[in-house]
Design a protein around this ligand. Structure first.
Ligand code: PNS
Length: 162
């Protein structure tokens, strides 16, 4: 049985992520979505909120598990017995950011990363832009799965930051 892992900060999960989850699931028997901490970013939503939003967004996809990871992704990959990491690529900037992580994760765990081109219709959808649009009062409902827009707005209103 092959296990694919989609790691990310998913702050928040977007329709672009969901597209990549579906593609990753088609490459393996099971997909584990891992919500991890990115030390370069200050999160808006708590890890638990992000896990729950992704669980709800993937509820109708068979063979998908969602969990949080604290610590190194490479350690989690070994513990899960992961066969591959799958990352979505929207363009050259994504590739430049992802390649060093793929090389480091392979160095530490031996697990290969597969880059999957996402749906070009969603190439402009990034968590950081979604938060910025919401922060300035714009509509994000058509960029994120159901329930996510409310969670983002509520976190912005309460001034929450993780
Ligand atoms: O969605 P992101 O923020 O681009 O995802 C990056 C993430 C969270 C996958 C990366 O920062 C990560 O793997 N964090 C866990 C700690 C770790 O393993 N760091 C070394 C990465 S090579």
């Amino acid at each position: 049985m092959t296990i694919a892992v989609c790691p990310g900060s998913f702050d928040p999960v977007t329709l672009g992520h969901l597209d990549v989850f579906r593609r990753a699931r088609s490459l393996a028997d099971e997909l584990v979505v891992l919500v991890a901490h990115n030390s370069a970013k200050q999160a808006l939503l708590s890890v638990q909120a992000r896990v729950e939003l992704i669980r709800s967004a993937t509820a109708e996809l068979d063979g998908v598990r969602v969990q949080a990871v604290s610590g190194l992704l490479a350690d989690a990959l070994r513990e899960l017995g992961a066969d591959l990491v799958v990352k979505g690529i929207r363009g050259g900037a994504d590739f430049d950011a992802e390649l060093p992580m793929a090389l480091m994760n392979r160095h530490l765990s031996g697990v290969e990363t597969v880059f999957v081109p996402g749906d070009p219709a969603l190439a402009h959808v990034a968590s950081s832009l979604v938060k910025d649009v919401a922060r300035h009062g714009g509509r994000i409902e058509d960029l994120v799965p159901a329930g996510v827009a409310e969670a983002v707005r509520s976190a912005l209103t309460s001034g929450e930051s993780r």
